[in-house]
Design a protein. Structure first.
Length: 326
């Protein structure tokens, strides 16, 4: 654990000047560790893996091989953003894997939340291991481990999809941001030139929208989650709530109710809106969203999202409720 202890002399990185000094220091450390060898990174598009990738690209360029796995459970526009930022803007060596059918086929009729998580995690490791096996000369695995991960999980970044090293991949770890807290990671990411949408991305569970499509995941209900979530995020941004509310998302549970559309009865799902404020996710309070904003969100969801006839607002704090539904 000694090598995973943040140095007492390390300053809090809260300015671009301190971030630049940290970046220069890590570039030198990465080059010294890696030399001319290749590094593999599972790039989810989350804050930690994106900042880790940007830092490594600055240090070793195309010696870094990024693998972005689209498992079909990402938010609207996220795979496209990863490709745009890293392949087109940063000229990264990026491998995109469309594994949507592979994941969703494995999740058919699976209702238990823990079983869903295990299937998603196991399948991710298998896909990642397959892609790693296609590469030559890789001796290192980069991970976006940050300091709270070390404190909470004894050094294993368990909440990320990779879930640790696959046993057959005997790589040496490269973890350039492992002594940083989340706010410091964001400062470094901003200094590296990553877009705000990536740097200030909301907390997002490893299983993605799989835990917000409550019960057995179906493609049509998953699409209802994705589309309603995109509307919620867009309208929160328009209303100036994007930086004010800690986390907000939609959930589509696996039950239907009667409604009326175009003069005929319909049998559709509800969309549940969840918007909470928290410091460390151990407790959470409910954001009081202005009714005019909620009304606009409701009208858009009912008009634009297929298979939905009700919109509900979850007023339950944590505790007793959890932030996520599964």
């Amino acid at each position: 654990m000694e090598n995973n202890k943040r140095p007492e002399s390390m300053q809090r990185i809260n300015t671009p000047e301190l971030a630049n000094a940290f970046i220069d220091e890590q570039i030198a450390a990465i080059r010294a560790q890696v030399g001319d060898k290749k590094v593999l990174l599972a790039l989810s598009g989350g804050v930690d893996s994106s900042v880790c990738a940007a830092l490594l690209i600055k240090a070793i360029g195309k010696q870094l091989v990024c693998v972005h796995v689209n498992h079909g459970l990402l938010r609207k526009g996220e795979p496209e953003q990863v490709i745009e930022v890293f392949r087109h803007q940063m000229d990264a060596n990026l491998i995109y894997v469309d594994a949507v059918d592979r994941f969703l086929d494995k999740l058919v009729d699976v209702t238990d939340p823990e079983q869903k998580r295990k299937i998603i995690g196991k399948e991710f490791i298998e896909v990642f291991a397959e892609e790693a096996g296609k590469q030559d000369g890789i001796e290192f695995l980069a991970q976006g481990t940050i300091y709270p991960d070390i404190l909470e999980s004894d050094g294993v970044k368990a909440h990320h999809n990779v879930g640790g090293l696959p046993p057959e991949l005997n790589f040496e770890l490269v973890e350039p941001v492992k002594f940083l807290y989340k706010d410091e990671v964001r400062v470094v990411g901003k200094t590296l030139g990553l877009p705000d949408g990536m740097v200030y991305r909301q907390p997002f569970p490893g299983p993605g929208l799989g835990v917000r499509c409550v019960g057995a995941i179906t493609r049509d209900r998953l699409e209802a989650v994705r589309e309603s979530d995109a509307i919620l995020r867009e309208e929160f941004a328009n209303a100036g709530l994007e930086g004010k509310v800690w986390q907000y998302f939609t959930v589509v549970p696996d039950f239907r109710s009667t409604g009326i559309r175009d003069g005929k009865r319909c049998w559709d799902w509800p969309v549940i809106i969840r918007a909470v404020n928290s410091i460390d996710a151990t407790s959470a309070s409910i954001e009081e969203v202005p009714y005019a904003v909620l009304n606009k969100i409701v009208n858009r969801i009912l008009a634009e999202v297929k298979g939905v006839n009700r919109v509900l607002y979850d007023l339950s704090p944590k505790p007793v409720a959890t932030i996520e539904y599964e």
